[in-house]
Structure formats: structure tokens, C-alpha cells
Design a protein around this ligand. Structure first.
Ligand SMILES: [Ca+2]
Length: 214
């Protein structure tokens, strides 16, 4: 690090970032802040945020914005969002079967990432409706009886993040499957029911007592 200018060190930091070498990037950033800015590095956080903070502390704003533009061109989709994310919730905001993401950060606005995947495949969405007194059947388990013998499972537990709540609907990706496999639901009171003939690429209600008891 001796004899190196802040700009040279920043360029090394950037290469480490692009190589995905987080450990080297953190070590370089720590050294850069100590050596050039005379500061104690703060609590380490990941990825681009660490690079961003280091360059800010070195007062290399011009280089920072050039790098961020370049990173953004190569990696669109949120990599250059620099907030300190605390919570991520999954929700299909526009009901198109592609799960979108909302991220809550410390002292910053909510970030919303809309899923625009061009070839998402088939899917099915289920809103579980329990009986009176169990309207949102927390803890219900849904098993998908796939033709290949596998049975992926989802549990209804939408309050699943730090200060975040995901979409309460159950979502399965089906790939190229031509129809929705039969679905087993195990309700919180122990009752088991089988549901057949569900609509593909659509959200629908699955109601307690309307399946075939098992
Ligand atoms: Ca969506």
C-alpha cells in the first residue's frame, strides 16, 4: 500500500468488487481509510456499500460516480443501491406470478424491485382461507404432488422477516408443467385435504372444507 495514491487504491478496490472478491475488497477498503483518510474504519458491511463509503471518506466523489455508472451498466437490478438494507419481503405486487421484492433500509426510503423476468415459466398462486376463527390459517402446509414424485412444500407464515411481511399467498413455480399438480393442504387443526384441478398461471382461493378429506 506504501507509495500508492488514493486513485490507484480505489482502482484496486473496484477490480476486487468486479471480481466478486469481497474479502480482498474489505481489506483494501480498511487499509485505504486508515492510511489516506486517517480514520478508523467503521462497522464493515457488504459489497458496493463498503466501496461507496470508503471512496466517500477518501473524498473521491468523481471516481465514485464513474465507477457506480459502470457497475450499474454491467449489473442492473439494484446492485448499485447503496442503502443499508435491513429487511426483504417478497410480494407479487402486480399479480403476474413473478415475485417482486420490497427492501426496507436504515434511514432511507423503501426500495421496490419489480420482477420483469422475460421467461418465468408457469406458476400457481393459492390464498388459503380457513374456517371461522382461523381465517388466516397460520402454519398451514401446502404440498405439491409433482409428476416426478417430488413434493415441494410451502408453509403459510407471512410474518417472516425483520420488520417485514411477505405476500400471504402461497406461490409455486411450475416451470414447463402443463397443469397444476394435485395439492395437499395440512391445516393448523390437523385436517388434511386434497385439492385437484387448480387453475394454472392464476391466483385462487383454497378453502377449508372444500377439498377431498384424506
Ligand atoms: Ca410481479
Amino acid at each position: 500500500m506504501e507509495g500508492m495514491s488514493p486513485e490507484e487504491l480505489a482502482a484496486m478496490l473496484y477490480r476486487a468488487l468486479m471480481d466478486g472478491n469481497d474479502a480482498i475488497m474489505r481489506a483494501l477498503a480498511r487499509a485505504a481509510v486508515t492510511q489516506f483518510a486517517g480514520m478508523e474504519p467503521g462497522r464493515p458491511v457488504g459489497g458496493t456499500y463498503y466501496l461507496y463509503r470508503t471512496l466517500r471518506q477518501l473524498d473521491l466523489e468523481g471516481m465514485l460516480s464513474r465507477m457506480m455508472d459502470e457497475v450499474h451498466e454491467q449489473n442492473p437490478g439494484g446492485l448499485t443501491d447503496l442503502e443499508e438494507g435491513q429487511s426483504a419481503a417478497l410480494i407479487d405486487f402486480d399479480n403476474d406470478g413473478r415475485m417482486d421484492v420490497v427492501v426496507a433500509s436504515m434511514g432511507a426510503p423503501l426500495l421496490f424491485y419489480r420482477n420483469l423476468s422475460p421467461n418465468p415459466g408457469h406458476w400457481v398462486g393459492l390464498r388459503l382461507v380457513g374456517p371461522a376463527g382461523m381465517r388466516t390459517p397460520f402454519g398451514a402446509k401446502v404440498f405439491l404432488r409433482r409428476d416426478d414424485g417430488k413434493t415441494p412444500v410451502r408453509e403459510l407464515y407471512p410474518a417472516n422477516g425483520f420488520r417485514g411481511q411477505s405476500d400471504p399467498r402461497i406461490h409455486f413455480g411450475l416451470g414447463a408443467a402443463p397443469r397444476v399438480p394435485d395439492v395437499d393442504v395440512r391445516w393448523p387443526d390437523g385436517k388434511k385435504e386434497l385439492f385437484k384441478g387448480l387453475a394454472i398461471d392464476a391466483y385462487q382461493d383454497v378453502r377449508y372444507g372444500e377439498g377431498v378429506a384424506e
